[in-house]
Write a protein that binds this ligand. Structure first.
Ligand SMILES: Nc1ncnc2c1ncn2[C@@H]1O[C@H](COP(=O)(O)OP(=O)(O)O)[C@@H](O)[C@H]1O
Ligand SMILES: [Mg+2]
Length: 363
C-alpha cells in the first residue's frame, strides 16, 4: 500500500495543502505546533474514520470554517483507490470511496490500511481496558468490515438491554430479555470469536517484535480472556446460557455484566504484568511491539504492508534502536513526524523530507 497524495483543505491548521509522499520513508518535520501531528492524524482518519486524538470529528475543522475536506490517492495490489472525507460543523461527515459517496461508515475500512503509533499510545498499556479494546476494535475492523458492523450492532443491543434492565416492570423485563438475548448472542459470538482469532495471531508477532527491539532480553506475552471454544453455533448456545445465568445479577446491578464490552488484554514481560511492573520505557516498547505486530497481520491479510505512521514516536528511543526500527520497516511506506533536531537520523536512509510551518509545507 502506498499513499501517493494527501490533500488537506480547512483541516486543523491547514488551509489548502497537498503532500506528495514517496514510497519509502517520509519525514514531516518542523517546530512545535506547526501541523506535523495534524498531517499524521489526517492519514489515519482516511484509513479508518477514527482520529487517534479526538472523539469529536468537528474539532478537525479549521477554526472559523464550516467544512473540512481531506483525501488520499493511494495505490495497492488491488489497484488505485481514493478516499475522501468531508467534515461538517454540525458534527456529520461524508465518506467518498473512489468518488462515490457511501452511507455505511464501515465501508471506509480496507481501502487504505494504516497503523498509527505515537507516545500517547502508551495508554494502550497503561490505562483502562477501554483503550485496549479500542486498539483491538480498530485493528480488527481494518481486516474485516463484518467485525465493525457486528460490534456496532452488539453495542446497540447492549445499550437497549441495559435500559431494559433498569425497568421496574420485572415481569415485562423477564419476558422480553430472552428475545433480546437471542439476537445479542449472535453479535456477541462474532465479536469474541474474531477477537480471539486476532489475539492468537497477534501474540507470537508481538513477542517477536519485542524480542527484536530489546535485543532478545524481554519476552512479551499477550493473551485475551478466552472463554468460548468450539464452532460458532456452539459458542452462540453457550453465550445464551451465560446470559441467562447472569440475568439475576444483571437485574440487581442494572447493567450487563458479561460480554466483549468487559474483555481485556493481558500483557506480561518476562512473566510480570507490564501495566503494574513495567517501567515507562518498557510500556512504551510494549505498545510499539503491539503496533508492529498489527502491521504484520495486515500484511498477511492483504499481501502487502499497510502505511505506517509514526508520530513523534522514535524520539524517545536511543539512536541504535531508532536505526534498528528503520531497518525493520524497510519496504513499508512510513510517515514519520519528528522535531527538526531528530531529522538527521533519517537522512541516513533514503527519505523524503517535508518541513511544515503554520499549516504549510515550506521546504
Ligand atoms: N481545528 C483547528 N483549526 C485551526 N488550527 C488548529 C485546529 N486544531 C488544531 N489546530 C492547531 O494546530 C496546531 C497543532 O498542530 P500539531 O500538528 O498538533 O502540531 P505538531 O507540529 O507539534 O505536531 C496548533 O497550533 C493548534 O492550534
Ligand atoms: Mg505533534
Amino acid at each position: 500500500m502506498f499513499i501517493k497524495k494527501l490533500y488537506l483543505k480547512n483541516f486543523r491548521n491547514y488551509e489548502d495543502q497537498t503532500f506528495e509522499f514517496g514510497e519509502g520513508v517520509n519525514v514531516v518535520t518542523g517546530d512545535n505546533a506547526q501541523g506535523k501531528t495534524n498531517c499524521a492524524e489526517a492519514v489515519f482518519l482516511l484509513a479508518t474514520g477514527y482520529s487517534p486524538r479526538v472523539k469529536k470529528d468537528r474539532q478537525v475543522i479549521r477554526y472559523g470554517q464550516d467544512k473540512a475536506e481531506i483525501s488520499v490517492d493511494a495505490q495497492s495490489n488491488y489497484g488505485n483507490v481514493s478516499v475522501k472525507l468531508n467534515f461538517y460543523e454540525q458534527g456529520s461527515k461524508k465518506i467518498f470511496i473512489n468518488g462515490a459517496e457511501t452511507k455505511r461508515i464501515g465501508e471506509i475500512f480496507g481501502n487504505v490500511y494504516a497503523v498509527f503509533f505515537s507516545p500517547q499510545e502508551l495508554k494502550l498499556v497503561q490505562e483502562s481496558p477501554d483503550d485496549r479494546r479500542r486498539f483491538l476494535d480498530i485493528a480488527i475492523s481494518e481486516l474485516s468490515r463484518r467485525y465493525f458492523y457486528s460490534l456496532q450492532k452488539y453495542k446497540k443491543i447492549i445499550e437497549q438491554r441495559n435500559k431494559l434492565l433498569k425497568n421496574e416492570d420485572r415481569e415485562m423485563v423477564l419476558d422480553t430479555l430472552p428475545v433480546w438475548d437471542d439476537q445479542l448472542a449472535e453479535y456477541f459470538a462474532d465479536v469474541v470469536l474474531m477477537r480471539a482469532d486476532y489475539v492468537r495471531k497477534l501474540a507470537p508477532k508481538a513477542m517477536e517484535a519485542h524480542l527484536y527491539i530489546t535485543d532478545g532480553k524481554e519476552r512479551l506475552e499477550v493473551s485475551g480472556a478466552e472463554k468460548y471454544f468450539g464452532d460458532r453455533a456452539e459458542v452462540v448456545e453457550q453465550i445464551k446460557i451465560d446470559l441467562a445465568n447472569c440475568v439475576e445479577k444483571d437485574l440487581v446491578l442494572g447493567y450487563t455484566t458479561i460480554g466483549p464490552h468487559r474483555d481485556d488484554l493481558k500483557l506480561t514481560l518476562n512473566g510480570e504484568d507490564v501495566r503494574v511492573f513495567g517501567s515507562q520505557g518498557q510500556q512504551r516498547t510494549t505498545a510499539l511491539s503491539l503496533k508492529l505486530a498489527e502491521l504484520e497481520i495486515l500484511k498477511d491479510t492483504y499481501g502487502e504492508y499497510p502505511v505506517l505512521i509514526l508520530d513523534d514516536a522514535l524520539s524517545e528511543l536511543d539512536k541504535n534502536r531508532q536505526l534498528a526500527i528503520l531497518k525493520r520497516i524497510q519496504g513499508v511506506q512510513t510517515i514519520i513526524t519528528c522535531a527538526e533536531m531528530d531529522e538527521k537520523v533519517f537522512s541516513q536512509s533514503d527519505c523524503k523530507l517535508f518541513r511544515v510551518s503554520n499549516g504549510r509545507i515550506v521546504g
